[in-house]
Design a protein around this ligand. Structure first.
Ligand SMILES: C[S@@+](CC[C@H](N)C(=O)[O-])C[C@H]1O[C@@H](n2cnc3c(N)ncnc32)[C@H](O)[C@@H]1O
Length: 217
């Protein structure tokens, strides 16, 4: 078997993993991401973990199917299955809600290692994740958006810096997105639509909507 195909979301995650990284893929499920990165030679070692046995088993059978070695499958919540001797450099947490991703980051001291590259792909509530990151000393390094199966997602890489740079009330919604990019603009429009729905019960959100609209002009 050659390499598994990655969907557009996971392609962006893969592009943000550093060359020769030692990867932890948290919530790996099918394990396509580490399998692909190992087969292409971009990385040399991965721990693929999942809180549930069934997805972990599907990842294990895919690794066998694609003949991939240097991958360890471990059952457990968040980063609990990762050991110091794994010498992890890059962590991917993809395909979960922004609040779950925040919880996983907040619960593990490992994420506070300034050398670790966190690659995060929230399916929902990316603004909660960005708020969490900036409240807790993490900074976004790169951020992009992608359309996958008809939905628009943001993917970001972040690192613990201990700093708390000042941000405004729009920042959680757009992060560091370059609004000259067409897909990023689509994401911003979706954020406006979500905010408009929420603002029906919360008029304090209206100024944020106006600020995002101005940035799109
Ligand atoms: C939708 S799948 C995403 C799979 C893959 N990461 C992707 O993006 O395509 C989410 C996976 O995360 C796992 N999961 C959910 N919460 C978790 C947690 N706290 N720790 C580890 N795995 C978790 C689920 O069991 C599931 O297999």
């Amino acid at each position: 078997m050659d390499k598994p195909a990655l969907d557009e979301r996971l392609k962006i995650c893969a592009s943000l993993v550093r060359e020769s990284a030692r990867l932890a893929d948290v919530g790996t499920d099918h394990a396509y991401l580490p399998i692909r990165l190992l087969k292409s030679g971009k990385i040399s070692y991965a721990v693929a973990s999942d809180i549930n046995e069934k997805p972990l088993k599907s990842g294990e059978s895919n690794a066998k199917l694609y003949g991939v070695k240097n991958i360890e499958f471990r059952l457990g919540a968040g980063l609990n299955p990762i050991k110091a001797e794994d010498k992890i450099t890059d962590i991917v947490i993809a395909g979960m809600g922004g609040e779950i991703i925040s919880g996983i980051i907040g619960e593990s001291p490992l994420t506070k290692d300034k050398r670790i590259n966190l690659i995060l792909q929230p399916m929902t509530r990316s603004e909660e994740l960005i708020k969490f990151l900036y409240k807790n000393g993490f900074e976004i390094e790169k951020q992009k958006c992608v359309i996958c199966k008809g939905k628009c997602y943001t993917v970001l890489s972040a690192r613990f810096t201990e700093n708390s740079p000042e941000t405004d009330d729009v920042f959680p919604y757009l992060g560091k997105l370059d609004l000259n990019d067409e897909i990023n603009r689509i994401f911003a429009q979706i954020q406006i639509r979500n905010l408009e729905n929420k603002s029906k019960g919360n008029s304090s959100l209206l100024p944020i909507i106006e600020k995002i609209k101005k940035r799109l002009v």
